[in-house]
Design a protein around this ligand. Sequence first.
Ligand code: PMT
Length: 224
Amino acid sequence: NEKGPLAGKKVIVTAGGTVERIDPVRYISNDSSGKMGFAIARAARAMGAEVTLIAARTDEAPPQDPEISLIRVESAQSMLEAVTSRWDDCDILIKAAAVADYRPMHSADSKIKKSGDTMTLELVKTTDILETLGKMKDSQFLVGFAAETGNAEFYAKDKLVRKNLDLIVANDVSSEGAGFGTDTNIVSIYDAGGLVLDLPLSSKDEVARRLLSLAAERISGVAL
Ligand code: PMT
């Protein structure tokens, strides 16, 4: 679709949950299935964009579309490197991935043996990818997600400002039919001026289309 509203635009989407290794057979991750990010990648392609999908661990298989370039990563650090190395050549970046905030301080080279009755795992903060990109931002349109279990609006607005985003998609992941693993989502989209779009229970495909139409409108200055 070379005539779509995103024709000629380069869109990077992140999906899935990062994997932070404890040892070669154990890790810390989260429940992200990849569905939200995959829906955004498919919708961006359908709207004519050149799409790069950077996916961490997912339950679903990524879209089998030769027109979508797929890059698999594992940890927050490898996602950071994959995203920042492509940042100069990007018009819109959408971070639907669930990125670990902390990783094990030490990742053992061989399987950790069972020993004492208790074991302490020391964690250190990962680099916040969106915050890093927000600081590097030039002409790119930067969209974050906020998965919250309460006060979604408050925390989403705080993330929008702190990470210098153009839009943030807040999903209250404690609501039925929203968030991790489901085929549907319930989201509110904010910009620096406040609420832009409230989407009641909708398929992730529909959320993806509405979000991308909004981004396309904002970067072209034309209402679609
Ligand atoms: O994959 P699904 O099963 O379809 O589920 C979809 C989803 C619930 C994962 C998705 O809709 C979603 O909300 N993704 C963001 C999850 C998340 O990490 O939210 P957060 O509030 O912890 O982080 C806020 C934003 O900062 C996110 O865009 C995240 O990608 C980003 N982040 C977080 C930590 C970090 N170190 N670097 C980041 O860039």
